[in-house]
Design a protein. Sequence first.
Length: 275
Amino acid sequence: MSLKFDGSVVLAGAGKMGGALLAGWLERGLDPARVIIQEPDLSGAALELAKAHGIKAAASLGPMSAPPAVIVVAVKPQAMDNVFPTLAKAAGPETVIMSIAAGKTIASFERDLPAGTAVVRAMPNTPAAIGRGITGAVANSRTSPAQKDICESLLRAVGDVVWVSDESHIDAVTAVSGSGPAYVFLLAEALTQAGVAAGLDAATASRLACATVSGAGELLNQSKLDPATLRQNVTSPGGTTAAALAVLMRDGDGLKELMTEAVLAALKRGRELGH
């Protein structure tokens, strides 16, 4: 999806996720002259991009000739109450606010905005840094199809996008894909530890585990087969993989039950943080 729409984009917060979005936008052909960065301490890759493309960056927004098409709010949730009320003043009747701040509800943004303002809440994950993220998003009732399309095009610059119909589902999105990369990294850690227990040195075990996890993930990405079929294709009856899976798929305390428990714990905590 190309980045073709009228108006400017304000990026409030250019940390790791905001910087990843910026890089994706520029790679997708967004005119740098249409980007304005609000960031009091611009640094790292985002600073280099801003300098290389002549993008305006300031600690706060100055006067604008016209309201922006989109304000992307990527500041830390704990800074939101200080940043957003001032930022909201730049919104016009056709502006859509898109937040990627964890735990901040649509209603929390609407309090500082004129009635009828379009708001989208999105939850990307860290693989967005390499263009392989996935984002769950939900829009308020004031968001037009065209505004949703703009937001989707901005989010697709760093990966795939899934829209949910109910904001309450964003906590589940966070529990599955927002926090999910940490679960996968833990799998690589655990597999490394198991390799050491089996007699390998730590460096070899780590190399094997990390390459296996990343390679299997890429196979899953490229294959048209579902995860269960891919698993079955690796598993010969009575073989080594079957012996291991008998443990991992044990009734009552296997990996599926443990993962469900973990995701539901993340869901519960997300709902607590949102209140």
